[in-house]
Design a protein around this ligand. Structure first.
Ligand code: VG1
Ligand code: CO
Length: 544
């Protein structure tokens, strides 16, 4: 065996963000940049000798190159086996499924999710632990600490593995198994949902759907599940071939970036149901005919209808949502008599709640929904959940959501993103708010009176770990909220996120455009944070 120990020097910017390390492709192409981070992961793990690692990615530019390096480094560092998706492909939820099913030690997922790809785009890498979920903060902190002192890495000198050929090959003493990227995941979906019922519904001439995979990783999964297993007509899945640059687009399933699907669903002769997923397949957008379901509402509706779906027929242990997500799920939890947990942004915070059986469904406002079936958010799972509910209720998406509002009230919700603003003033803005908001209690803005203001701090109810500075919250006495935080996934400058929410119990007032319903709160947020003065922007770049 030809194991090389290569001298290297630390990079000072390998701190994982909300979801792993994300940088431009050119940064990852810097000599030893990838190797340093991979070795830092391995160096901060204990007891993996001879065990199994899962590796795969969203197929973006540099995916195959990075996988070859990771395989050779895993072999040199003593892993016994690597399971890698065919063609280097694994969606994030499929990787989570495979880690759990084969009881792997952990997994490495290559993705920058919804960030654009290609030689001038972004790349990313993250480590998932044995429960299939993103490494918790104590692990990512250890990886970062190691990356600051690293002075060597180990790699096996050997020919590349053919990632397109299914089957096992030896890499030194380690076995590499190239596995079908879709089969295990598709089987898990079949165990949760009533495929017979969905198949019957999809074949009824009255129902039409469109699934936009945005030239990202879910194409092969969606084709197998919707068109082969569930018998949807050919062409139901659009943009179904993963491309290294996602066809030049942002593989981000929202009203702005999934514009083709939005146009179709809001146009003449629109299908009944539309869905999209992101670069790595963990996000979802749900549309009805001329109707958009906000992700927060989606979580609430799925929770309220969960017992209609075989995998959840016995009810939910609890619900968990990230802090900026609207409080719509809280109302369902209260009605069901179960707990609703509020966590910081990022799926890693749901892992303990899911492992401990405290939560069954989880969600984030950023088009993320999932459950205890894996430990990642799961785009196609959410689409199947909706289809199962539609097949049972035989009502339109719009009818289901508006009836939900009548029962629970409507949480008007919107997120305004100010992308790529200068980093220093963005941090200044947050610092200003951090000192301002605790002084605001009792202050009146128009019809709103401040109830509390703080910088969200989370104590994990399972292991007691504390995560501070997770976003500025301003709560009003009528339950409305304004939240500010800086993105932890962007790669250029800073991205300011402003989250707005108000509650309307009266069904006759639930039909407004959210931007109108939230107009006063938007103005208050601008006044408090001095967004224009500090960022130079008076309009957000993306509104969802
Ligand atoms: C964003 C979202 C967050 C999500 C994260 C990873 O993080 O707001 O809810 O968990 O992306 O999603 P941030 O720090 O930029 O706000 V994904 O699909 O990019 O893995
Ligand atoms: Co994603």
């Amino acid at each position: 065996m030809n194991i090389h120990t290569v001298s290297t020097q630390p990079f000072d910017d390998q701190k994982p963000g909300t979801s792993g390390l994300r940088k431009s492709v050119t940064a990852f192409q810097t000599r030893h940049y990838l190797e340093n981070f991979v070795q830092s992961i391995f160096d901060s793990l204990e007891g993996y000798a001879g065990s199994t690692l899962v590796v795969g990615g969203d197929g973006r530019y540099y995916n195959r190159v990075a996988i070859q390096v990771i395989l050779k480094m895993a072999a040199a560092n003593g892993f016994g086996r690597v399971l890698v998706g065919q063609g280097g492909i694994l969606s994030t939820p499929a990787a989570s499924c495979i880690i759990r099913k084969y009881q792997a030690f952990g997994g490495i997922i290559l993705s920058a999710s919804h960030n654009p790809g290609g030689p001038d785009g972004d790349f990313g890498i993250k480590y998932n632990i044995g429960n299939g979920g993103p490494a918790p903060e104590k692990v990512t902190e250890a990886i970062y600490a190691r990356s600051q002192t690293i002075d060597q890495f180990k790699i096996l000198e050997v020919a590349d593995v053919d990632l397109d050929q299914l089957g096992a090959v030896q890499l030194g003493e380690m076995t590499v198994e190239v596995i079908d990227a879709v089969a295990d995941y598709a089987e898990l979906m079949q165990s949760l949902f009533d495929f017979d019922r969905i198949r019957a519904y999809l074949s009824s001439t009255a129902f039409r759907m469109s699934m936009d995979s945005m030239h990202a990783v879910t194409g092969p999964y969606a084709q197998v599940i919707f068109e082969q297993m569930l018998g949807a007509p050919a062409g139901t899945v659009v943009n179904g071939v993963p491309l290294e640059d996602f066809g030049g687009g942002h593989p981000d399933p929202n009203l702005v970036y999934a514009h083709d699907l939005v146009e179709l669903l809001f146009g003449k002769d629109a299908p009944d149901f539309g869905a999209a997923s992101d670069g790595d397949g963990d996000r979802n957008m749900i549309l009805g005919q001329r109707f958009f379901v906000t992700p927060s509402d989606s979580l609430a509706v799925l929770a309220a209808n969960a017992t209609l779906v075989p995998g959840y027929k016995d009810g939910l242990a609890g619900i968990a949502r990230s802090m900026p997500t609207s409080q719509a799920p809280d109302r369902v939890a209260a009605a069901l008599g179960i707990d609703c947990y509020e966590t910081p942004t990022g799926w890693k915070f749901f892992g303990n709640l899911l492992d401990a059986g405290k939560a069954t469904l989880c969600g984030e406002e950023s088009f993320g929904t999932g459950s205890n079936h894996v430990r990642e958010k799961d785009g196609l799972w959410a689409v199947l959940f909706w289809l199962n509910v539609l097949a049972v209720r035989q009502e339109s998406v719009e009818a289901i959501v508006t009836e939900h509002w009548k029962t629970y009230g409507r949480n008007y919700y919107s997120r305004h993103d100010y992308e790529e603003v200068a980093s220093e003033p963005a941090h200044q803005l947050m610092d200003n708010l951090r000192s301002l908001v605790p002084t605001l209690k009792g202050k009146v803005y128009g019809t709103y009176e401040v109830d509390y203001g703080d910088d969200f701090s989370y104590t994990d109810p399972v292991d007691g770990s504390i995560s501070k500075k997770q976003g500025i919250r301003i709560g009003f006495t009528d339950g409305s909220r304004i939240v500010f935080r800086l993105s932890g996934t962007g790669t250029k400058g800073a991205t300011l996120r402003l989250y707005l929410e108000s509650y309307e119990a009266d069904p006759t007032k639930q039909g407004l455009d959210p931007q109108d319903a939230l107009g006063d709160l938007i103005a208050i947020a601008h006044e408090m944070a001095q967004i224009k003065a500090l960022t130079g922007r008076d309009q957000p770049t993306v509104i969802t």
